[in-house]
Design a binder for this molecule. Structure first.
Ligand SMILES: Cc1cc2nc3c(=O)[nH]c(=O)nc-3n(C[C@H](O)[C@H](O)[C@H](O)COP(=O)(O)O)c2cc1C
Length: 324
């Protein structure tokens, strides 16, 4: 089974290590990605803050934003030294800030520079080096563009491609709009798998629900899920048993997941002084769709309770009724 069969997408401000620990309570075997970290932030900033993670998070990939091959190689080495299972290069982010730094989706127009970066990283480390990208940029509508991009990087040694199945429009759309407005074209991604059968091709974008995941897995090696996993985390509850060959899922109820998080938040408060809200914010969708979910969510986002330990907030959240 491909290690990339099912993963949770890198999401800036969202998939920090507390979020990843939380997701692990629901799916033990899917692949998790960090938020994008720029090479500049890693080489000149607080490495510990950017790179530290809980051992429970494995398999976990570090996503890099950058374009200078030497910087990418240095950061890939850091990723390997810190114990990451993969280093992933972001060639899909359309934000203007990222474009000014000349990385993200605009790199799709510079495949030879990306190939140099991939080569430099592959020479520096023995963990897999992967690329996450779009099917095109701006008004480029032809399949040949993404085929040639993948072909060039494959020649440089990249074997795993995570493809967000829509274009990035570099002008005129916000990053958020760029995740919704350019149309999804799964067919392009399926065609990549047919044209490059030896490569690992993972589809991303708008895949919601286990049946849609199963459908995609008929065509490609893996599926990466972003917003649905974050907003509706219990949607991952059957991933391990249905898709990842496990005998059991990590916890059989939302309550058990919440209890595991309360223990974690208590440990983090003790060892690192972490305010519980920093971790709890990622689990606010846990009871989505159930009666009582809003009241429960309100307690876990109530800053008036910030002086209390997580265990007491937990008790308050369940003093009101939460249906199972
Ligand atoms: C809040 C947010 C932050 C994101 N940050 C990143 C990022 O740092 N790197 C990246 O490659 N993609 C990022 N993305 C895009 C997702 O990884 C994913 O490609 C996109 O949401 C489409 O998948 P989905 O429809 O399953 O959410 C972000 C998405 C969201 C919603």
């Amino acid at each position: 089974m491909s290690p990339w069969r099912l993963s949770v997408a890198p999401m800036l401000d969202w998939t920090d290590r507390h979020c990843r620990y939380f997701h692990r309570q629901i799916s033990r075997h899917s692949r998790l990605y960090t938020e994008m970290v720029t090479t500049g932030a890693l080489l000149h900033g607080d490495q510990h803050r950017h790179l530290d993670f809980n051992t429970e998070e494995h398999p976990v990939a570090l996503q890099l934003g950058g374009s200078d091959p030497a910087d990418l190689a240095a950061c890939a080495k850091l990723a390997e030294q810190w114990g990451y299972d993969e280093v992933n290069l972001n060639c899909g982010c359309p934000s203007e800030r990222v474009q000014r730094g000349a990385f993200g989706a605009c790199l799709m127009a510079e495949s030879s520079l990306v190939a140099d970066g991939v080569k430099a990283m592959l020479d520096a480390v023995s963990i897999p080096v992967t690329v996450k990208h779009r099917i095109g940029i701006d008004q480029i509508e032809s399949y040949d563009f993404v085929r040639d991009f993948v072909g060039t990087l494959a020649q440089a040694g990249c074997q795993v491609f995570i493809v967000h199945a829509r274009n990035a429009w570099l002008k005129g759309l916000s990053p958020k709009e760029n995740r919704d407005i350019p149309p999804l074209r799964y067919e392009f991604v399926h065609r990549l798998k047919r044209d490059f059968p030896a490569l690992t091709i993972v589809v991303n974008g708008g895949v919601v629900g286990d049946d849609a995941i199963a459908e995609q897995l008929q065509h490609v090696d893996g599926v990466m899920v972003g917003r649905e996993a974050y907003h509706n985390p219990w949607s991952m509850a059957a991933w391990d048993t249905r898709f990842l060959g496990a005998d059991a899922n990590p916890h059989d109820s939302r309550e058990a997941v919440e209890s595991a998080m309360v223990e974690y938040l208590g440990r983090q408060a003790e060892s690192q002084g972490l305010p519980w809200a920093h971790g709890a914010r990622h689990m606010l969708g846990l009871y989505n769709g159930l009666p009582g979910a809003r009241t429960w969510r309100r307690v876990w986002s109530d800053h008036h309770l910030k002086a209390l330990p997580a265990s007491q907030v937990h008790a308050i959240a369940h003093r009101r009724e939460v249906a199972a």
